[in-house]
Write a protein that binds this ligand. Sequence first.
Ligand code: HEC
Length: 168
Amino acid sequence: MSDTHNHFIKTPRQLITVVVLSFLVPVVIIVLLVKYVTGTKLEMVGTAAMTPEAIAERLRPIGTVAFAEAGGARALQSGEAVYKLACSACHDTGAANSPKIGDNAAWSARLKQGYDTLVKHAVEGFKGMPPKGGNADLDPLEVARAVVYMANRSGGNLKEPEAPAAKK
Ligand code: HEC
């Protein structure tokens, strides 16, 4: 009985080719798959969510305490922050007959006294105005910044006081 089937593999050479391919093709597919999977993982590592800073930020305990520096100086707050914290209670509403922020008419005569007097009154108190707005912890510079913040929203044009040079 002669072999009449139409064999796919007819020569030894074709046999070798098929054997080699059947080995190589899965290997190539596996390599490509591995590359695909690890490739996407590496992309994640590069995103902003995985930077050391972002990780430190996530691990940071809630609420940090700003300790006074060795020299006794702490980071001074901005005029806006101080105003909102210590001054707005009265000066937002005009409570206790305080000049309201943004009320240029109420401020114009006061502004004419000049920066030094305004700051002195704010720091030391003046009639119904309690010293430092009642916040003894405030640095005079913070009060001065708040005065500038308030005055410049009430028709004034005062210059923000310079921060003292950092002591070393
Ligand atoms: C408890 C209410 C109150 C708080 C809080 C307060 N003030 Fe006043 N402030 C007043 C009153 C009342 C006056 C008006 C005093 C007067 O002339 O009779 C005034 C006036 C002033 C004046 C004008 C002073 C002048 O010479 O005309 C400045 C500047 C000022 N306050 C700044 C501040 C700053 C800065 C803060 C926050 C650190 C603050 N105040 C917090 C009630 C307050």
